[in-house]
Design a protein around this ligand. Sequence first.
Ligand code: AHM
Ligand code: MG
Length: 337
Amino acid sequence: MQRLTLTQHIRQAQLRHPGAQGELSSLLTQIGVAGKVISSKVNSAGLIDVLGSTGVINVQGEVVQKLDEVAEETMQDIVGRSGHVCALLSEERKSIMEIGEAWRGEYIVSYDPLDGSSNIDANVSIGTIFGIYRKKSKDPEVTRADWMRPGHEQVAAGYILYGSSTVFVYAAGDGVHCFTLDPAVGEYILSQENIRLTGACKQLSINACNAPYWDPWVHDWIGEIMKRNDQDKRRVSGRHIGSLVADFHRNLVYGGVFAYPADRRSPRGKLRLLYEAAPLAMIVEEAGGAASSGHGRILDIVPDELHHRTSLVIGTKAEVELAEKCVRDQVKEPAKG
Ligand code: AHM
Ligand code: MG
């Protein structure tokens, strides 16, 4: 079988777009390089003293793990100095990081350097999520107009999942493609081209221990899905890792839906729009699935701040639409009491 590397695949896609300068292709390749570095640290975490927390609380109010810091530094070093970005926007940083003249390019990358990091010490799959925007304003500085943008303006999005193997998944308008890192040669090799999420929903991922805080529509939605299981056959299974990027990837591969709805504890939702929900929403839509806050399409939400949080239902289209219907029905019939 002919092996196709990530770089070759990106180059082929670039050739289908006459006029493309190759900047985006090169940026995606550099993100892949950052992923290789992070992957090697994750794989040897127990050996090189990068397990555990730093003791620092980040801008999100969460404990920073040592590997969070390693991943953040890696993204800054490699993507920030790729020559293709003018700003980085990270879960781990309070404000955007403007890139100096020497390395400045035309793209803005928003990323979660290590999603699911609360699971690190238990060897659970974690990952780096990214979304890419082209600078919009003519202003030489990066202004709010450059990054306070809806996800449908992303030119590409993807993630690198550090699991039983490391995979790089991306979408840039030509389908969703998955590459597996061959550790023997240090290259990402195409393993699944044009992934489609159009089959039945077989898995439901949600942190059910948040049930006491949910709005009624969430109970209705889960009830509707679970009704499909009868004595003859289990059609849907509960599968929840607690690492968004890993839950998302499993649902993309097997067919499923993930939800982290807003609740009484997190009235705006827990997950962040710019570097968690929006990139995955671009991928899921390109694969034939959907992503919604329950009130509307994730890709249409305009962030009002860097760390804007959102309610999220993402995966198979029918189940995302069902969630939106349950929200509408709840609005029509507000809960008693
Ligand atoms: P993180 O980016 O700090 O890891 O936080 C996001 C994570 C998601 O990966 C995961 O789905 C969610 O938070 C889990 O939250 P909870 O423990 O509240 O279920
Ligand atoms: Mg995260």
